[in-house]
Design a protein around this ligand. Structure first.
Ligand code: SPD
Length: 353
């Protein structure tokens, strides 16, 4: 047999063997859309190996951006990680799959108290699996911000003339967080949309805005390290991640209180790989996996079994786990329906200024 004919024969034979054994099949692909810096990447690799699948992982930096992408994107996702108020919004749009809990063998690891809390945005816990929760405060670099400027420990630091509108301060690109901080500082809940509360918050924001150089939810994480940003409104766990490697960074949970939020895992109705999506959520609900993940992302998990296994350093960290006394001053960001428009309007007017 001629040499070239022999090569063709071998290729065809190999192809046939691969086809029969199933090894030539395209691996199923799970599309996940999560907040940035919010999962241990090793866990993604482990899941891919254990389940002979591929994960296409993309990130967002605000619920609003996530929602815009989900509504407009031609590429559909299987799993999203929205905050509580956005679980309700996605559900009202009819985008969420009602969960079959019999497919989640590790569901019982979840803390019953936190599941009850989640019913405020997901009645009867039908569509969302709580993933992590946290608080929003102020991150700063002490190389640039002297102790006396932050000594008050309150949200008013944002308005201090020391910053002079030049020394960069950022607030999150998130209407609920920005207006929420001003509401708390003015003595109201982040969910108060009464005219008095909003007028007070608006006035406070006009003062802070003299200093705010940017509304940004992601790049501050690099900039606060290199001094481009001196102080930033930031999520507590993201701050702790950065503080682990940079001793110049400090985080303040403002004395007046903070906004609180719970992020969740949901499956889209349009998901192409629903079974794999259930497997992935169940994998993350495993106590040890969840414990490893929390210690990586530095946010507490609603997984009670995982919290019981957590290391002392994590449990004792008061930025991640503040005392009950502090938590009593915090407000969970709730779904507000159409009333959210008045908050959006204030935010947009401040941002455009
Ligand atoms: N890097 C992860 C940040 C998670 C923030 N989640 C919720 C914010 C609600 N405003």
């Amino acid at each position: 047999m001629k040499r070239s004919l022999m090569i063709v024969f071998v290729i065809v034979a190999l192809g046939t063997v691969l086809l029969i054994s199933g090894c030539g099949k395209k691996k199923p692909t799970l599309y996940i859309f999560n907040w940035s810096d919010y999962i241990d990447p090793d866990l993604l690799k482990e899941f891919e190996l254990d389940n002979n699948c591929r994960i296409r992982y993309s990130t967002f930096d605000s619920n609003e951006n996530m929602l815009t992408k989900v509504k407009s994107s031609t590429q559909s996702f299987d799993i999203l990680f929205p905050s509580g108020d956005h679980v309700t919004i996605l559900n009202e749009l009819g985008l969420l799959e009602e969960l079959d809990k019999s497919k989640l063998t590790n569901y019982t690891n979840l803390d019953a108290n936190l599941l009850k809390m989640a019913t405020s945005f997901d009645p009867d816990n039908r569509y969302a699996i709580p993933y992590a929760w946290g608080l929003t405060g102020l991150l700063y670099n002490k190389q640039y911000v002297p102790e006396e400027i932050v000594a008050s420990g309150g949200w008013n630091i944002l308005g201090d003339s020391f910053f002079n509108g030049i020394n960069k301060i950022t607030m999150l690109d998130d209407a609920r967080e920005v207006v929420g901080a001003a509401l708390i500082y003015s003595g109201y809940s982040v969910n108060d949309t009464s005219p008095e509360a909003l007028a007070a918050a608006h006035n406070v924001l006009k003062v802070w805005d003299r200093n705010i150089t940017q509304f940004d939810s992601d790049s501050y994480k690099n900039e606060v390290q290199d001094g481009t940003t001196w102080l930033a409104q930031a999520y507590n766990g993201d701050a702790v991640q950065l503080m682990q490697t940079n001793p110049d960074l400090q985080f303040i949970l403002p004395k007046e209180g903070a906004s609180m939020w719970m992020d969740n895992m949901v499956i889209l109705k349009s998901a192409q790989e629903k079974e794999l999506a259930y497997k992935f959520i169940d994998f993350l609900l495993d106590a040890e996996v969840s414990m490893r993940n929390s210690e990586y992302i530095m946010y507490p998990t609603p997984n009670k079994a995982a919290m019981e296994m957590m290391g002392e350093a994590f449990i004792q960290n008061k930025i991640i786990n503040p005392d009950e006394e502090y938590l009593d001053k915090c407000y969970m960001i709730e779904y507000l329906g159409d009333a959210v428009r008045s908050i959006d309007q204030i935010y947009e007017s401040i941002k455009m200024n």
